[in-house]
Design a protein around this ligand. Structure first.
Ligand code: UD1
Length: 420
């Protein structure tokens, strides 16, 4: 297990290229199960989660090769239809194979993901949606065991807007007989990208980008190539890094529309933002104003930026309230930020963040991906040395984060090989 050592206090300045979106790749890759042939996914990020999805799909007989940022998937040899616990426990997004496997092969056995670092994360909406399409689903010894001779179109309303359930049900419905109507569908950009990829494969989907998807099933899909959208959460994290260090950073290869809720909050905090085509520049103010943020579904402020926002607000000039309505227990970063001197009080699903003049270095522990990002951000501004342990969480979702940060002036190094 590696750790990071950060010597804080350097203003970040320069250009950073943002990678392809983790959460888009993790949906696009299993979608390839829906057709036989060779696919190319460009702008694929080099991440541990992408490697985990590759290794899962390989166990099913897919051939996968990452060359630079182009992922080639050859699905012709797929002959197993199971996602074992060993993979699903590493990465919940493994559940994305369920819909495609039922739709194309008529059977699937997928381990239940269980809870995660910040509490329960059910998959009931995935299962109920697939059942509506006619799949027979049983839960057996921790596995979802599903079969279906032929899925048929249905009306599916999600009580809660779910990225994963929308993706899974959409992937199944594209090969169902007849028309499926999904209402209260998720409209996160990664779901829109998945829908566009499916259309390139021959699917018929109306309402892409809205919360009402109408899918007319087809008999067969064909392979397609697709460029993965830029990672809006990596973008937001680097913008926050610029803001927390009082720096000025230009992001390359981004879609600013995808993180406009984060930009609006950064501007409220006093930052100056400028869009330059697919680049985006942010200049931090001398002093950050306190700004409340509430994590909601897209296009609102993302839950995947909540931890980073708390880190930023911990040195703002005043008190702010950061609330999470998506994952109400997602606050494992708070006690770790307190080790660095942050003043934060938790009340149910809200953090009351009283800005302090400065943070000071300490040893802190990563607990999950975005919590770890918030600790890196705090370390970048803390006086002295901060050690962030268990950085494998970061490697799941940030490509070469320390190299990208070093290139814009951060003093951060990875120490490998021991039990931290
Ligand atoms: C995806 C993202 C994750 C992000 C989250 C919310 C991927 C791989 N991960 O996760 O980074 O934090 O969206 O934007 O894309 N829910 C149910 N039952 C279900 C499914 C979800 O009650 O069957 C609830 C969840 O507990 C949560 C809410 O729905 O409160 C939204 O979760 P969902 O959008 O499904 O998140 P994921 O797809 O797991």
């Amino acid at each position: 297990m590696d750790k990071f050592i950060i010597r804080g206090g350097k203003k970040l300045s320069g250009r950073v290229r943002i990678s392809g979106a983790k959460n888009a790749s993790l949906a696009l890759m299993p979608a390839a199960l829906l057709a036989g042939g060779t696919f190319h996914l460009s702008n694929t990020p080099g991440l541990q989660d992408v490697a985990t999805m590759s290794s899962l799909l390989k166990t099913m007989g897919m051939k996968i090769d990452l060359n630079g940022d182009v992922l080639t998937l050859d699905t012709r040899g797929v002959n197993k239809h199971e996602a074992p616990y060993a993979h699903v426990k590493k990465m919940r997004a493994s559940i994305y194979v369920l819909g495609p496997l039922i739709a194309r092969y008529g059977k699937a056995k997928v381990s239940l993901p269980g809870g995660c670092a910040w509490g329960p994360r059910p998959v009931n909406l995935h299962i109920e949606g697939l059942k509506k399409l006619g799949a027979e689903i049983k839960l057996e010894r921790g596995y979802i065991v599903a079969k279906a001779k032929q899925l048929t179109g249905a009306k599916i309303h999600f009580d809660i807007s779910s990225v994963g359930a929308t993706g899974n049900v959409m992937m199944a419905a594209v090969l169902a007989k007849g028309t499926t109507l999904i209402t209260n569908a998720a409209i996160e950009p990664e779901i829109t990208a998945l829908a566009e990829f499916l259309v390139k494969m021959g699917a018929r989907i109306n309402g892409i980008g809205t919360n009402q998807l109408e899918i007319e099933g087809v008999d067969e899909l064909h392979p397609a190539d697709f460029e993965t959208i830029p990672d809006r959460i990596e973008a937001g994290t680097f913008l926050t890094a610029a803001a927390i260090t009082g720096g000025r950073v230009t992001l390359e290869n981004v879609n600013p529309e995808h993180f406009s809720a984060v930009t609006a909050k950064l501007e409220d905090a006093g930052c100056i933002a400028e869009v330059q085509g697919s680049n985006f520049e942010l200049q931090a103010p001398a002093e950050l104003k306190p700004v409340d943020a509430t994590a909601v579904i897209y296009p609102g402020f993302p839950t995947d930026m909540q931890a980073q926002w708390i880190a930023l607000m911990s040195i703002a000039n005043g008190t702010s309230i950061v609330t999470d309505t998506i994952y109400t227990d997602r606050f494992k970063h708070v006690p770790e930020l307190e080790r660095l001197g942050a003043d934060i009080e938790l009340k149910k699903n809200a953090a009351i963040v009283r800005g302090v003049k400065k943070l000071t270095g300490a040893t802190v522990m990563s607990t999950d991906l975005r919590a770890s990002a918030s600790l890196i951000l705090a370390g970048l501004v803390a006086e002295g040395e901060t050690e962030v342990l268990r950085v494998y969480h970061l490697d799941r979702g940030y490509e070469a984060i320390e190299k990208k940060l070093r290139a814009i002036g951060a003093d951060i190094e990875r120490v490998s090989g021991k039990e931290y």
